[in-house]
Design a protein around this ligand. Sequence first.
Ligand code: GLY
Length: 360
Amino acid sequence: MKPSLLVEIPQDNIKSYPIYIDKEPIKNLAEKLNKLSSNRKRLIIISQKVYKLYKKDFGFSKDEIFILKDGENQKNLCNYQKIIQKAIQLGLSRKDLIIAIGGGVVGDLAGFVAATYMRGIEFIQVPTTLLSFVDSSVGGKTGIDLPYAKNYIGAFYQPKMVFINLNFILTLDKRQMLSGFGEILKYAFIEGSCKAEKSYLLLEFLSIAADRILDNNMNLIERLIKICLELKISVVTKDETESGLRKVLNFGHTYGHALETITHYKKYTHGEAVVYGMMLAFDYAYKTKMINQTYYNLAYDLFKKYGYKSIKPVKYDKDELINIMKYDKKAYSGKIIMILPDKKGTVTEVEITDETLFEM
Ligand code: GLY
């Protein structure tokens, strides 16, 4: 099978990897994974939901799997330790393999296990949610959350390959799709800052094709996934470890992460939190005259089209939110750093003073 896309890290060819996007039955995906790991031991870390739905198709043996309950609050130190113990129990060596099958939580946690077990073992990403198709499975961000800070422990560690099977979309619920659209909308608002070779006009595409996309038109969804991934690849291949350009991918994430943290990773999906983060960024940019009303309205129209009415979370303690934002990895010297829209489809990094953020 030919890869649909390649992530080529220029400074280090060993880290380059293919992304496969296919529509074949999940059974075929299981066969491919078996072939890839035929001479090796493997540890498969799989989301509970996905395991229940597809265990017959995968046919994995009970010994080689670690089933992870669903939810962002599972991306924790305790599960990290349990998985490491399981790897030791299986006698996994550096030559063996870890396979992550699930959404961003599974991919981030499994990736971090792979990055750290014996100082690094190969791992394959098999994302199963729209959000992990377009974002978390690619780019090598791995990690776990602390109770007061998201992704505070982690590593940049690239997978060996990524297998996207579009059939997984068919068993996602509405909320999981909505979460994926959150990150997809992000790409539309940052497209012009991604330094991609092509122009995809993602804002326009999302707007014009909204009804058909929301109706699960697979060809359009496939095109959408490819566009998002091409934008992401453009960014991460130029700045793998987020020293500059990659920060644009954090649009909506400073406030988004604070919302996830303040609610103990239980109330919002990641995509929902990112959308509320982008809404706050649009409000702030409009209030400080960085963007005009036409663009502001266009952004809110798009949020609405993809299921996000502007019911913003307002009931949390603002001082606590601000404190969490100062803990964010993007913050330094006690200042909040946010990525804000400055023109249609582009963003810029801005230092914010606490007092002005929540004022309207
Ligand atoms: N999800 C943001 C990044 O990969 O940098």
